[in-house]
Design a protein around this ligand. Sequence first.
Ligand SMILES: Cc1cc2nc3c(=O)[nH]c(=O)nc-3n(C[C@H](O)[C@H](O)[C@H](O)COP(=O)(O)O)c2cc1C
Length: 189
Amino acid sequence: MFRDLVTANRSFRRFVESEMISRQTLLELIDLARLSPSGANKQALRYYVSCDEKQNERVFEALAWAAYFKDWAGPVAGERPSGYIVIVQDQANKMVSGIDYGIAAQTILLGAVEKGLGGCMIGNINKPKLEDALNIPENYEILLVIALGKPKETVVIDEIDSDGDIKYWRDEAQVHHVPKRKLKDIVLN
Ligand SMILES: Cc1cc2nc3c(=O)[nH]c(=O)nc-3n(C[C@H](O)[C@H](O)[C@H](O)COP(=O)(O)O)c2cc1C
């Protein structure tokens, strides 16, 4: 069921790093984004991929993880992503709105889950560092990174009341909890 896929597609931040992801797999995921809607059909998004150990290390250094976890600096070595897809756009041919790359990112992540992988969108990026790591020329604007791997953590959804805390948290068993608002609280009429 599609609902199961959407539910299974959580933001994962700890992975079995030794399970490598091939360039071919990353290309297959980008190919799903290629088929997705695009404002005015401009198709202005472009992609960089990373799936080798050395390059992954450099990409990782440019990313910030789980801002709500003040005492967690991100996944430790061995639990880091095995691959990355970086969404960029050419400054001279910009998309109509930011909606395009959100659609692309979610499509890529759903495709990843279907393949037994998982990932996390990362918007908190040290852009100069990432430009350096992947040799991204200045005319490309970095929009979003999608970190991918074989998930090593359990992530569960908790329903919250309208006044509930939206901050995700980890319990003693290291299970990651994501509070989600109830349907009745988000439909306004
Ligand atoms: C646009 C966007 C940017 C995000 N940036 C980051 C980020 O920089 N670092 C991070 O750890 N998670 C990031 N996330 C993941 C969110 O924290 C996550 O979606 C949220 O906690 C809900 O969890 P869920 O994806 O499992 O529903 C981002 C998500 C989105 C949609």
